[in-house]
Write a new protein. Structure first.
Length: 486
């Protein structure tokens, strides 16, 4: 473990403690700080570049004016071309008006005394002028460049010169333009500092406004957290008020929907556990009672064993049905495949005929290829047929078939029994619920058969419906989507 690991863990822990509101504001401030700093730096760079361009333009302009004057100027004393650099520099400089940060200097070299500054332009107002710096003037005069930069302790100087070639015996001379860029650079620095100050004020305002706005935006998230903290298995009634139509409102709606599903799931689970406990408690009580009272009589023992085995078989069926219903919640509960519906209907009819002596009829079989799980559909249809057998007597009619109805596939089992009363039709598809009418008087199941049929239908994206049978009775219909593969 390196020494950086504890520091990294400490930083990670501190970041985890920081609220989402603070983290949003922190990232906003970081982005704004970088952006404002970039704007300030870029503005300063642009101003300095503009100052350099202006200085270079002035240097070129002044030197070009002097070069033109050398070519076209005349000495006012004799009206002739200048042949002596002294009057040339004196006349030219007398006509110039330099900028506050500019020096126009005429230099004539004196071998015995250095430079003789023959003339300066008027109104020189620069601090630390070049004419008072002999070493700087010497460096510029002897430089092989026509333009350059000179760094002095007193400040930077940008210069340009035009050499003057005099007649024989005359001292070498030059015209020098010197500009002190400190003032221009100071202006750019002042603007930079001003932008930094404005940026600081903007960041302070952004901090306050961002804190308030982030709080309002994240308020539904805090409500989600508070509501989730208040939820218990006994109380799932808390909901989040939804306002607006943005992503946060959608989050609140999704959370409320999840709570609705959880509430229904917990309610169904409690009801399921209560009903399952009640259904399993009865056979266990019967088995225990008969075993406790069983004597030594062989006939009594045989009768007791038969009753115990029947009750154990009933419990086994209940457990198998419960496992099947639990599996119905899994995505692999059904495995659809292309199936010829006519053949499947005929197979179900053949299997159902063995359930009891009834007047069996294959009413209809549609010729279509659809996607469904043949085993689950067969299981549901046989369960419906078994249910019809339980509520009819020998000789009564039971019809089985399939049909195409408005783009949907319907598989049905119709019996001619007593039918289902309206109050029972609302509950017979629920787990451990049986009808209260005489239709349920002959049933011996646990009340899970129709719940299994409903689960299989919903697993195929369909539904199960109860419809009346012409002439009396009940018709149970599996309504499935028609998804032909050819």
């Amino acid at each position: 473990m390196t020494t950086a690991d504890p520091v990294r863990r400490w930083v990670t822990a501190r970041l985890q403690i920081v609220s989402a509101r603070a983290r949003i504001l922190l990232w906003l401030l970081i982005v704004m700080t970088v952006a404002l700093a970039a704007v300030a730096v870029a503005t300063r760079s642009v101003l300095l570049r503009d100052a350099d361009d202006r200085i270079n333009g002035l240097l070129v302009q002044e030197t070009n004016e002097f070069a033109n004057f050398v070519q076209q100027g005349f000495d006012p004393e004799n009206g002739r071309k200048f042949t002596d650099p002294n009057p040339l520099l004196r006349v030219f400089l007398a006509r110039q008006y330099p900028d506050p940060d500019e020096e126009l200097i005429g230099l004539v070299q004196d071998p015995g005394r250095g430079f003789a500054v023959k003339q300066q332009s008027r109104d020189q107002r620069v601090p630390h002028p070049l004419v008072k710096d002999e070493a700087a003037m010497t460096a510029i005069f002897h430089s092989g460049d026509s333009m350059g930069t000179l760094n002095r302790p007193e400040g930077e100087i940008r210069w340009a010169k035009v050499p003057i070639e005099g007649a024989d015996g005359q001292l070498p001379a030059a015209f020098v333009v010197a500009i002190h860029p400190a003032a221009e650079q100071a202006k750019a620095t002042d603007v930079f500092h001003m932008l930094l100050g404005i940026s600081g004020v903007a960041l302070l305002m952004t901090t306050g406004i961002g804190w308030v706005v982030a709080g309002r935006i994240l308020r539904p998230v805090r409500l989600v957290r508070t509501t989730a903290a208040q939820l218990t298995e006994q109380d799932l009634t808390q909901r989040i008020p939804v306002q607006g139509r943005d992503d946060i409102a959608a989050l609140a709606q999704t959370f409320n929907g999840m709570l609705d599903r959880l509430e229904r799931a917990f309610a169904a689970q409690r009801e399921f556990v209560d009903d399952a406990g009640h259904e399993l408690r009865t056979p266990i009580t019967i088995v225990r009672g008969h075993l406790e009272l069983m004597g030594d009589d062989p006939l009594e023992r045989e009768q007791t064993v038969r009753i115990v085995m029947e009750e154990l078989d009933r419990m086994s069926r209940i457990v198998e049905d419960l496992l099947l219903l639990a599996k119905a919640e899994r995505p692999d509960f059904v495995s659809p495949e292309p199936v010829q519906l006519g053949e499947l209907t005929a197979d179900v009819f053949v299997k159902a005929r063995a359930l009891g002596e009834r007047d069996w009829h294959l009413d209809q079989a549609v010729d279509a290829e659809v996607l469904l799980d043949p085993q689950r559909i067969t299981q549901a249809m046989v369960q419906l047929a078994q249910n019809a057998v339980q509520h009819t007597v020998a000789g009564q009619r039971i019809g089985i078939g399939s049909r195409d109805a408005d783009g949907m596939i319907e598989l049905f089992v119709a019996d001619s029994g007593p039918g289902v009363q309206p109050k029972d039709s609302e509950v017979i598809f629920e787990r451990f619920r049986r009808g209260t009418s005489r239709r349920g008087s002959r049933a011996t199941g646990a009340g899970l058969g129709l719940a299994i049929v409903k689960a299989i239908a919903e697993g195929h994206g369909g539904r199960v419906e109860l419809r009346p049978t012409d002439g009396g009775g009940a018709t149970f219909v599996l309504v499935l989507q028609k998804e032909a593969t050819s």
